[in-house]
Design a binder for this molecule. Structure first.
Ligand SMILES: Nc1ncnc2c1ncn2[C@@H]1O[C@H](COP(=O)(O)OP(=O)(O)OP(=O)(O)O)[C@@H](O)[C@H]1O
Ligand SMILES: O=C(O)[C@@H](O)C(=O)CO
Length: 417
């Protein structure tokens, strides 16, 4: 294994797997820290954690355990993957995890680059944009767990870190690798270990990846991985072979706990011509609905059924105020985990989930160990194979076109491209 990656959620880790696979690496995504060595052919290993919204100390501990395992597999470079919308609270988790990994690796210069231009996330002068809006006006200010109310990534990260945060501005990145490295050195001399790097286009991300060829630790969204496989290829370290992907027939089902703008649009679109069932926070909290009853409903439908708790921000805020933010999230995630188990037990072979936390709950609920990464459905969302009978798509909240759900189900079956 060459590149060792630690993802702070499961959808984001499959997004990273997609980027690395497309760039020609042989990738395996692991669910949590494995207790056995990796297969010899794996070139990039991604340890997917569910550490985005847990307590800081737990996120740091798990990330260091993942690092130890990846080091034991022979990795020479490490990537900490978080969300392209920098999902974190002022108190949490990206800064402490990045600093703990940097300490463990003795890394002096650490890039921080959530940009992912294919999905509209760019960084300019340290400020994160989603399409033409600053992050805090993009809808992310209403996120149920990590509302992003400040677009200045240096400032937000600065709340989370012990050290100060520098900037590698677009003016340096756009002039190429030499200027980028020179600016990184200046930031290092100024005492900034973590440096937010501007990136507006894929070309900027490739430049940053090349500039980071010798850095032990890189952090960011999946975009920052674009340039890394080329560094290993240039050193003659990559095999040219890739896994063969096969579609999966059988029953499909969609589970959505994401409340993002994009997911709510996808839910509405799917509902126009498919069996769809809404579950409210009240039903979950009161126990009025059971996972088995929902699974029985889904398994009795023709077409591709969708079960969702996705709701408008005002509805989510109301439920959180009445039940408590963590309590309602935990109960809904628990329902989805039970539901996924009941669906697979009932014969579902293609499962699509929407939302990082939701997908994490489902993957853990199903007790899955590792994924092979398949072809891309939409930017940032690949199909992944968990076993010879189960194919998944873990959609990040804000990813995917309006008809994502039905298109994903068809592509996973191998009947459409
Ligand atoms: N109706 C609801 N009321 C309150 N909380 C909800 C409701 N529906 C879902 N949730 C919770 O909101 C959270 C949504 O987070 P999740 O990560 O799944 O989606 P997302 O944030 O849109 O996706 P991503 O992290 O990929 O951007 C989950 O913890 C989920 O349990
Ligand atoms: O980077 C992204 O936006 C996604 O991979 C993700 O992590 C959302 O959960």
């Amino acid at each position: 294994m060459l590149l060792g990656c630690i993802g702070d959620d499961f959808t984001g880790s499959s997004d990273l797997g997609n980027t690395l696979t497309k760039a020609g690496m042989r990738v395996t995504q692991y669910v949590g820290v494995p207790d056995a060595p990796a297969a010899a052919e794996v070139e990039a290993g991604i340890v997917a954690l569910k550490s985005r919204s847990i307590a800081v100390a737990d996120a740091v501990r798990l990330s260091l355990e993942a690092l130890d395992w990846l080091r034991a597999q022979g990795c020479t470079q490490f990537l900490f993957k978080y969300c392209s919308t920098f999902d974190s609270t002022r108190e949490g988790n990206i800064g402490p995890v990045a600093e703990a990994l940097a300490d463990a690796l003795d890394a002096r210069q650490v890039l921080v680059c959530p940009a992912f231009p294919a999905t509209g996330r760019s960084i300019y002068q340290g400020h994160l944009f989603v399409a033409d809006r600053l992050l805090n006006e993009s809808g992310m200010q209403d996120h149920p767990l990590t509302p992003m109310t400040d677009p200045d990534i240096r400032r937000w990260l600065g709340y989370q870190t012990k050290g100060t945060v520098g900037l590698v501005p677009a003016q340096a990145v756009m002039q190429g690798v030499t200027h980028t490295r020179a600016r990184m050195l200046e930031e290092d001399k100024a005492g900034h270990r973590l440096m937010v790097a501007d990136a507006i286009t894929d070309a900027d991300l490739i430049t940053l990846g090349q500039a980071a060829a010798d850095l032990p630790l890189i952090t960011g969204g999946s975009g920052i991985a674009m340039g890394l496989p080329g560094n290993f290829r240039a050193r003659g370290l990559l095999s040219a072979t890739q896994n063969q992907w096969m579609g999966q027939d059988g029953k499909a089902a969609i589970l959505s706990g994401s409340c993002s703008n994009a997911t709510r649009g996808q839910v509405a679109e799917h509902a126009r011509s498919n069996p769809t069932r809404e579950v409210t926070a009240d039903q979950v909290m009161s126990g009025a609905i059971t996972a088995q009853a929902l699974a029985d409903w889904a398994l009795a439908q023709d077409g591709v059924p969708l079960i969702y708790t996705s709701a408008d921000p005002a509805v989510v805020i109301d439920a959180q105020a009445r039940f408590g933010k963590a309590a309602v999230a935990t109960r809904i995630e628990g329902l989805f985990a039970d539901l996924a188990r009941a669906l697979v037990a009932g014969g579902v072979t293609r499962m699509i989930s929407a939302g990082g936390e939701t997908s994490g709950a489902i993957v853990e609920g199903l007790g899955l160990a590792a994924f092979e990464i398949g072809p891309e459905i939409d930017p940032g969302v690949p199909m992944i194979r968990a076993s010879d009978k189960l194919v998944l798509a873990l959609k990040s909240g804000n990813f995917g076109g309006p008809d994502f759900f039905s298109r994903a189900a068809a592509m996973m079956e191998g009947t459409a491209r």
